[in-house]
Design a protein around this ligand. Structure first.
Ligand SMILES: CC(C)(COP(=O)(O)OP(=O)(O)OC[C@H]1O[C@@H](n2cnc3c(N)ncnc32)[C@H](O)[C@@H]1OP(=O)(O)O)[C@@H](O)C(=O)NCCC(=O)NCCS
Length: 158
């Protein structure tokens, strides 16, 4: 599984994955606008043709978008397509975003997650995030948890 930099040319691919993974997905124009924000960047996990049996067909398998500015970073969205879930890809994407945000000068990484999203909460807890705030009724009735993690700025990461 290769991680490639997301660019505006990938807007349709990013939006297609978002549509599969979220009830209220972001469209191609939203992806273009996000990637145009100062400090914004993203990665797409691509499962290329390989002799090792893959979970799903060759092609995009997951995405992460983040923004780093003024020493702080935020994961804007992260998703793994269903056939590739529970294989460590979500964790790898979180780590890759954290490493790149740290390399861009961020010392702390934030994200927001639906308080009812068990997979998201488990993933972030395992990756060292702790809840630092709650927005009431943010996701159509569900609360949003704001989570943070201090970034290791002493190593270049994995
Ligand atoms: C959340 C998501 C990105 C996780 O991706 P993933 O590739 O399955 O994550 P990983 O395989 O790296 O899982 C890491 C750990 O998270 C936890 N986890 C992941 N999915 C889980 C689930 N459905 N239930 C419970 N724990 C889960 C486990 O502890 C897992 O480790 P384990 O498999 O060794 O037990 C994926 O489920 C997804 O895309 N969901 C829909 C979109 C979404 O909710 N994004 C996050 C919004 S903030």
């Amino acid at each position: 599984m290769e991680l490639i930099a997301a660019t505006p040319l990938h807007a349709e691919v990013l939006a297609g994955m978002h549509r599969i993974c979220f009830a209220e997905p972001w469209g191609p124009q939203a992806m273009i606008d996000l990637l145009a924000m100062p400090g914004a960047a993203g990665l797409i996990a691509v499962d290329g043709a390989s002799l090792v049996p893959a979970a799903g067909p060759p092609g995009p398998a997951g995405l992460v978008l983040w923004r780093a500015a003024a020493g702080e970073a935020e994961i804007l969205t992260i998703a793994v397509l269903p056939p590739w879930r529970r294989r460590g890809l979500g964790g790898r994407l979180v780590q890759a975003a954290a490493d790149r945000a740290a390399a861009a000068g961020a010392t702390v990484l934030f994200l927001e997650v639906d308080a009812g999203n068990r997979a998201g909460l488990a993933l972030y807890g395992r990756r060292g995030f702790t809840a630092v705030g709650r927005r009431k009724g943010y996701y159509g009735g569900n609360d949003a948890l704001i989570m943070r993690k201090d970034l290791d700025t002493t190593s270049s990461g994995s």
